[in-house]
Design a protein around this ligand. Sequence first.
Ligand code: NAP
Ligand code: G4F
Length: 326
Amino acid sequence: MKTAIITGALGQDGSFLAEHLLGLNHKVYGIARRKSTDADSWGLLEHLKENKNFKLVHGDITDPIFMSNLISDIKPTKLFNLGAQSHVAYSFQNPYTTFETDACAVVHMLSALQKHSPATRFYQASTSELFGGINCPITGYSETSPFHPRSPYGVAKLAAHWATINFREAYGMFSCAGILFNHESERRGLDFVTRKVTNGVARIKAGLETKIIMGNVDAYRDWGYAKDYVKMMNLMLEADEPQEYVIATGKAYSIKDLLELSFSLVGINNWEDYVEFDERFMRPSEVPYLLGDPTKAGAELGWVPETSFEELIKIMLSSDLKRYGI
Ligand code: NAP
Ligand code: G4F
């Protein structure tokens, strides 16, 4: 039986990946920080409490002692590092801790693997934020496009990206990074833009709110469904060679498109009347346009995005409407 460690297991991607790997008959160790006010909470993975192949382990990925002991005890077949401070705007206010979690912890992890479990296959959650969204090629960013991160989050993720490649080149480890473009779901945190909009629309429809307060609605993102994307993480660790892959849909939409679609799905065609601008949601340096080119993933690993932007927003919106009894 293959064993996998997933850091960030109670996050959006970690929870989908845990379910995916259990379906592939893996023994899964999910790492999550203990919550002081509710230490028994399994959050998004409450339904796995009785699953004998899933074990929740409390720990912080920035603690090198915790991570070294974990790796040396389990010696997993695969380690998926999805744990991170993942909010771009927040990283401007907390750049130092973002760097500790998103960069330093990755170097510790790779070093612990080299020492205690060099045969483990390592996946690093890299991001389209590495590209920066200025001068995006017409065909989208690919694995060979230059990097230009525009936030403390992007800078930290770039350090982790190169550390992952460097451990592979220096020590022959099977370590690789997936460069994933934005992916969303009904499990997305409420302060990321897609979920903020679908949840906001559902609250307006339920009569709980009258407005959504937004930042820059002119930015473009290449949005896919998280459930599709976690499959690619595992395909990368099952491949013959460790390599980087861009994972995206190849289609970009603006935040305005997102607002228009979400409101129209509940029968509101004048979305501008329900949206207000607030400076506090603007970022000191924005990533204006992200489009990915997933050609290599399709050609080499047979991965294709299965869910369109419209289907994704319908899934998220119907889940949020349901939560408000609509
Ligand atoms: P997410 O929902 O924010 O999940 C991240 C998880 O990491 C959270 O459960 C968080 O736990 C945990 N975490 C944070 N700091 C930690 C620490 N010091 N020790 C242990 N756990 C810690 O993010 P996601 O959307 O699933 O993304 C997964 C990974 O992919 C992240 O690395 C993200 O940066 C990257 N990524 C995401 C996207 C995307 O569009 N979703 C795109 C490219 C790359 P708490 O709740 O305790 O904070
Ligand atoms: O949903 P967002 O916060 O996601 P962002 O910044 O693109 O980052 C996400 O995707 C990355 C991959 O490219 C991941 F690496 C990262 O971990 C995270 O998952 O914002 C998307 C866009 C931005 O341009 C932002 O300025 O939406 C714009 N936006 C406009 N109003 C807003 C808002 N974003 C948020 N969160 N809240 C707003 O009110």
